[in-house]
Design a protein around this ligand. Structure first.
Ligand SMILES: [Zn+2]
Ligand SMILES: [Zn+2]
Length: 218
């Protein structure tokens, strides 16, 4: 079973896919499971949980004070802007697991030191919006830490859904089972990389949007 564990909808300020488009595209590209990881937003899960076509893992990409943390299997929205430990604690209180998202990404990644220092439940080993060397390094880091891994497209539009993904056992039938399999280390990751030129554009875009948001990080 193929799962994309990092997908945004338009509940994210920079997301362009409606929740329904995410499901339609996921079916089109053969995904059976998607984690909706909107920036500091949890609402899409309620829109999609009963869609009957794709398993939706309740999730969120939380902006901690030091960088992005993906929460999988949560039962409520996790607030943004907390410290790393506080964010991990809030995720655990919500019944979920905390993953260091794209740890080597400039601007929004936690960095290697934080990823090693804090008690994350796992690491996002591959992200389709990360450049090749960042994905190589995060894969090495994930193996070194020896904790469960995830991978995802980080798609902000329908066409990119499925560009990053994991294979999970075919016996999985619901999101709880998917999270269990991930935590049992059964997720086999695979992803394309972002082209370095595209990240240059992303850098300028990030700074521009940051200025527009009144110097507030996404
Ligand atoms: Zn992110
Ligand atoms: Zn993301």
């Amino acid at each position: 079973m193929i799962a994309d564990l990092h997908v945004h909808t338009n509940y994210s300020k920079d997301g362009r896919s409606t929740p329904q488009q995410v499901v339609d595209r996921a079916v089109e590209v053969g995904l059976k499971c998607v984690a909706i990881t909107d920036h500091n937003e949890f609402r899409a899960f309620n829109d999609l949980k009963d869609n009957g076509r794709v398993i939706i893992i309740p999730a969120e990409e939380v902006s901690s004070s030091e960088g992005h943390i993906v929460a999988l299997g949560i039962d409520r929205q996790i607030p943004r802007g907390l410290g790393i430990q506080e964010t991990i604690d809030a995720i655990h209180e919500a019944g979920g697991y905390a993953f260091a998202a794209h740890p080597y990404r400039w601007w929004s990644g936690l960095g290697e030191k934080n990823t090693l220092k804090f008690p994350f439940d796992g690491v996002e080993a591959l992200n389709a919006r990360s450049v090749p060397h960042a994905n190589r390094k995060s894969m090495v880091l994930a193996k070194r830490i020896g904790k469960p891994i995830t991978a995802g497209s980080d798609a902000h539009s329908p066409s990119r859904i499925g560009w990053g993904k994991v294979t999970l056992p075919d016996t999985v039938t619901d999101w709880q089972g998917a999270v269990q399999a991930i935590m049992a280390g059964q997720a086999v990751p695979e992803s394309v990389n972002r082209h370095p030129l595209e990240s240059l554009r992303y850098g300028f875009k990030s700074i521009g949007e940051w200025l527009l948001r009144g110097c507030r990080r996404m």
